[in-house]
Design a protein around this ligand. Structure first.
Ligand SMILES: [Zn+2]
Length: 398
């Protein structure tokens, strides 16, 4: 079968790989009808995240049809349409039972304290073969797959695999109460769904902070008050627009990406040069960049923009080496800090209901659909942040 395979930093390829097989009685094999490219995948290609094993299939977002079931998967049938939660969880340990699927004791082969297990990630996340492929093996399929109603399309469902649940989790962590004033830092796909989720939690006002025009446009369409940080200081602007009080809740939906944005121009020039030919994605000059050196600008702004006793929610991804945080300011303002990897499985059934009943139509975030065969080119376009390329769906069957 065809799959997008990681060979090295800056080197991904569309390869022919062996078909996945059932290994455990709790496994399923799913034929993917949709996958997607996520900002996190770009970290793996740029090398900003930890150790990757060559040969790992990328991708942690998927929708498909159950093709084969192990004997201990009792709640699904061959032929069922399903969405695949990005994180892998056993469903029976104390963490899973409490809803902390991202902290499952059993899913990660490296042990209970190794970290969150997910599809298509670095060594310390499993590694598990990812979902940018024609088929995938799904461990603990009874909890690792969620059945879809016929009325929810692939275009809608692919956004329920990772980004909408992550955003919803972020809004929940932020403790948004009806009427609250909320700031969302980062208006990429997760940031957009964070705005949507803040509205579902009853936010009174939402500020959306980014520097990309089409992202700010989307945020404004959702009813957020937009702030372009390339034109104005977001902390000062939020202060002015809130009577110097600040926001009740702030959500960092950017993560380490905020720190790498200075590489943007250089990478862009490099890619523009090579755009016309099919070449492997190039490694940016990261040699002098240390993830732990400085706190993310978005994090610092969030801490400063919050009102006294406000809540900071962090769903942007940080590497283990990230250590700096404006702890003094946060402590002296009595801030509450909440953060983590999304417990996808906990939220997906609820979000399917929001989509099924028309409360949310997530497809406005999906801007591109490409066949899996064009995945490498799609990665490059996505990395360049071409205007309008907000979220890319891949179609393995196309
Ligand atoms: Zn578990």
């Amino acid at each position: 079968m065809k799959a997008v395979v990681w060979h090295g930093v800056g080197d991904i390829r569309l390869d022919n790989v062996p078909e996945p097989k059932i290994k455990e009685p709790t496994d399923a094999v799913v034929r993917l009808t949709a996958s997607a490219i996520c900002g996190t995948d770009l970290h793996f290609i740029r090398g900003t995240m930890s150790d990757f094993e060559p040969g790992t299939i990328l991708g942690h977002e998927g929708v498909g049809v159950v093709e084969e079931l192990g004997s201990d998967v009792r709640n699904l049938d061959v032929g069922d349409r399903v969405v695949i939660p990005s994180t892998i969880a056993c469903g029976y340990c104390v963490y899973c039972r409490a809803g902390y699927y991202a902290q499952c004791d059993n899913a990660n082969p490296n042990g209970p304290t190794a970290g969150t297990a997910f599809f298509g990630g670095p060594k310390d996340s499993g590694p598990f073969q990812g979902l940018q492929a024609e088929r995938a093996r799904i461990p603990f399929a009874n909890v690792g797959l969620v059945k879809l109603p016929d009325t929810v399309s692939d275009d809608q469902a692919i956004l329920l695999s990772d980004i909408f649940p992550t955003a919803y989790f972020g809004a929940e962590l932020a403790e948004i109460k009806p009427g609250d004033t909320v700031a969302v830092f980062g208006c990429g796909p997760v940031g957009q769904f964070t705005i949507t989720s803040a509205k579902l939690f009853g936010a009174g006002r939402i500020f959306a902070i980014d520097q990309v025009a089409d992202r700010l446009e989307l945020a404004r369409k959702q009813g957020a008050e937009v702030i372009d940080f390339s034109r104005e200081d977001p902390v000062q602007t939020i202060g002015r627009l809130t009577g110097k009080i600040g926001v009740d809740r702030a959500i960092d939906a950017v993560g380490v990406e905020a720190e790498t944005s200075s590489d943007g121009a250089e990478m862009k020039a490099q890619f523009e040069q090579e755009r016309s030919r099919i070449a492997p994605i190039q490694k940016p000059d990261h040699e002098n960049w240390q993830p732990g050196q400085a706190p993310s600008q978005a994090l610092r702004w969030a801490v400063e923009a919050l009102c006294k006793a406000g809540t900071l929610s962090i769903i942007g991804v940080y590497p283990l080496t990230a250590e700096n945080f404006p702890i003094g300011t946060a402590m002296n303002k009595n801030l509450t800090l909440k953060m983590g990897n999304c417990n996808h499985r906990k939220y997906i059934p609820r979000l399917i209901d929001f989509v099924r009943t028309g409360v949310v139509d997530p497809t406005q975030i999906l801007t591109e659909t490409e066949p899996l065969g064009s995945a490498v080119e799609a990665y490059r376009e996505f990395d360049l942040r071409h205007r309008g390329w907000t979220k890319v769906k891949l179609e393995p069957a196309a």
